[in-house]
Design a protein around this ligand. Structure first.
Ligand SMILES: [Zn+2]
Length: 366
């Protein structure tokens, strides 16, 4: 399909700045069946700019500027200033916070299917951070393709709970798609985090948690303030917390860090900021990094922390396997992280699976 055809159909949709219930079929061209030739075509291709839905104009979490892109969530490795963006309202709000005003965007509610050319699209919660979404596409040949983006199956106080997106082909993130990544229940991890804060304060030291400014920080602030702690956080964390509040999600009271530490406070900082603000660190202190990579030995040391807790906003290995089964997909394409290992594990369990790409990336937001 020509770029011009894609522009014609895509622009009409996105410029409406709302989720249309139905778009005219006459705008067909975005979703022409890639199976018309009879040859097998990968439902999703890994291109230089990111993932692309075959036979359409739609990019999935493209990391380079694209004419039309679905953005699953607002973490920096999933966003770019696309010409037109399809995402949830919360993701668009968080993208604007990070990138400034977007040229053209279409806020789409969860569970509200809409037509895009010959395709039917639906966003479902992914449970990863506030506003995160999976995309389920029903193609003109009736085949249902789900792209998960980053996925977390454990419930969170600061994100929508993930839903199972039943489908025929599942494009599944595999950040922690290796058997060694098995996370304890989140309630247990949050309990250990709270105990770390309490015992550190009892010993007369300041506890500081290191977590990424979008998602992880808000979740731990909510848990700490619910447990009666006073929290001080880096300005970037406070700014995202303010966006969460504006979207109706209560994060808890948090003081913006101004270079001072008050008695009894618990700190929350992004790891990269903490690394460079040496002069502002309290003493005595104990630090803990919050990441799924905590399962790996030596994680605390790698982050320059005293402890590491496996508070993850991604599903673990077993979670990914059970999710793939629950969707009923007959074909799974794995991407990102341990794609080959997860595809192999799925094949061992009788599900046709293959990795989309062989480049191994470590997700910084794990
Ligand atoms: Zn993410």
């Amino acid at each position: 399909m020509s770029r011009r055809a894609a522009d014609r159909t895509g622009r009409g949709l996105v410029d409406e700045r709302r989720a249309p219930d139905v778009l005219p079929r006459s705008r067909a061209g975005l979703g022409g069946s890639p199976l018309e030739s009879g040859a097998y075509v990968m439902p999703v291709e890994l291109r230089r700019g990111g993932l692309h839905l075959s036979g359409t104009a739609l990019w999935l979490d493209a990391h380079r500027k694209a004419p039309l892109a679905f953005v699953s969530h607002a973490h920096s490795d999933h966003i770019a200033r696309h010409e037109r963006v399809i995402a949830t309202r919360a993701t668009l709000r968080l993208m604007t916070h990070r990138l400034g005003a977007l040229p053209s965007s279409l806020p789409v509610p969860y569970n509200r299917p809409f037509e895009l050319g010959a395709l039917c699209l639906e966003l479902l919660p992914a449970g990863h951070i506030l506003g995160s979404a999976q995309l389920r596409v029903i193609r003109s040949d009736g085949k249902r393709v789900t792209y998960t983006g980053d996925l977390n199956l454990e419930s969170s106080q600061t994100a929508e709970s993930a839903q199972v997106a039943e489908c025929d082909t599942l494009v599944l993130e595999s950040t922690f798609g290796h058997p060694r990544y098995r996370f304890p229940p989140k309630s247990e991890v949050l309990g250990a985090i709270e105990a770390f804060a309490r015992t550190t304060l009892e010993r007369g030291a300041t506890p500081v948690f290191l977590g990424y400014s979008l998602g992880k920080s808000q979740e731990v602030i909510r848990a700490l303030t619910s447990g009666g702690h006073c929290v001080v956080a880096h300005a970037s964390v406070c700014a995202v917390a303010e966006v969460y509040r504006s979207l109706g999600v209560e994060v808890g009271a948090v003081r913006r860090f101004d270079g001072t530490w008050l008695p009894g406070e618990v700190g929350v900082f992004p790891p990269h900021v903490w690394k460079f603000e040496r002069l502002l660190r309290p003493w005595p202190r104990r630090t803990a990094v919050l990441t799924g990579w905590a399962v790996d030995p030596g994680t605390a040391r790698r982050y320059g922390a005293d402890e590491a807790f496996p508070l993850s906003d991604h599903a673990d290995f077993e979670g990914l396997l059970s999710y793939a089964r629950a969707t009923g997909a007959s074909e799974v394409l794995t991407h990102h992280g341990f794609a080959e290992e997860l595809a192999g594990a799925l094949r061992d369990r009788g599900i046709e699976a293959r990795p989309l790409g062989t480049v191994r990336q470590l997700d910084l937001f794990g």
